[in-house]
Design a protein around this ligand. Structure first.
Ligand SMILES: [Zn+2]
Length: 300
């Protein structure tokens, strides 16, 4: 599937995207963050700030400067990853605005026996919103209202936000144009992610602004492609385990042969997420039990 990797971050400078919507990119580029985390300023006279990013003093300073005296009504947080939520507390200390949005960090399921959570260091466990938002909840900030859309999958607590009365969704890490989302157990869940993808397809909005990289126009076509991409991968995994037992490493070597081996660890987690879902749906069998180092075969 085709991704759009064209993006100019303009660190420190807000970029106007639509009336009442600006983007400010934090300077935390990396293999999983692309050019850095996008912070969004919603509204004009009174603002909502989505995802202040990591606790980078320069970036928080740039957000305050972009607000230019306008009152920050609330700080929205989409999910509890270190590149999205810790800056919320720094901005709260600086402005007095309260933090709302996703709930505290939680995994999609309990740890398995002897399982070490490979994503532990990316989780922000200090996030505690003054108001947790649930599906369909609205927050009104005078000249803009946002609606929370529960979209678990990348994390269990992930929220997207629609700007009501517009065609726009702030899609955070659920739908990104530059790359597919990381869906890795136990914090993430492929079953939840696929359901959250279907949820986006039922919504009317067609323009998305993600947590990393540029905007997505014709978002519904793109989301349909994302869905097809995951279904194709699922089919390839089932094919790989149809001839006999396979370990995740063996599956990755086969399916990701053309991918840089340094990314094989991330690929293993993605394959694990698919297998967990397939075992759950009784389409695959884990031997002896579900685990990253178990062996898998197709049922029937
Ligand atoms: Zn994330």
């Amino acid at each position: 599937m085709k991704h759009n990797r064209e993006f100019a971050p303009h660190y420190g400078t807000p970029v106007e995207l639509a009336p009442g919507l600006r983007r400010l990119t934090a300077q935390n580029p990396g293999p999983f963050t692309f050019h850095g985390t996008n912070t969004y300023l919603i509204g004009s006279r009174r603002l909502l700030v989505l995802d202040p990013g990591p606790a980078l003093p320069d970036h928080i300073e740039a957000i305050a400067k972009a607000a230019d005296g306008a009152k920050i009504e609330a700080i929205l947080v989409s999910h509890t990853h270190m590149d999205h939520s810790p800056g919320a507390r720094v901005l709260q200390d600086k402005t007095g605005a309260s933090i709302i949005g996703c709930g505290p960090h939680r995994a999609a399921r309990d740890l398995l026996d002897n399982e070490i959570n490979p994503l532990d260091s990316s989780a922000d466990k200090d996030h505690l919103p003054a108001r947790q938002m649930f599906d369909g909840d609205l927050f009104d900030a005078a000249d803009a209202t946002v609606e929370a859309i529960e979209t678990p999958g990348h994390t269990a607590n992930h929220l997207c936000f629609a700007i009501t009365g517009s065609d726009l969704i702030l899609s955070a890490d659920h739908v990104m144009g530059w790359s597919t989302s990381i869906v890795a157990p136990p914090d993430g869940s492929m079953r939840d992610y696929m359901a959250s993808i279907d949820k986006m397809l039922l919504r009317p909005e067609t323009r998305y602004f993600p947590g990393h990289g540029g905007s997505i126009s014709d978002a519904k076509t793109y989301v349909q492609e994302l869905k097809q991409h995951r279904l194709d991968r699922e089919k390839a995994i089932l094919r790989s385990i149809s001839g006999g037992e396979r370990s995740i490493i063996e599956i990755v070597r086969e399916l990701y042969a053309d991918v840089d081996p340094s990314l094989h660890r991330a690929a293993s987690l993605s394959v694990f997420a698919h297998l967990e879902d397939l075992v759950d749906r009784k389409l695959a069998l884990a031997m002896p039990d579900l685990a990253l180092d178990a062996r898998y075969r197709k049922t029937g």
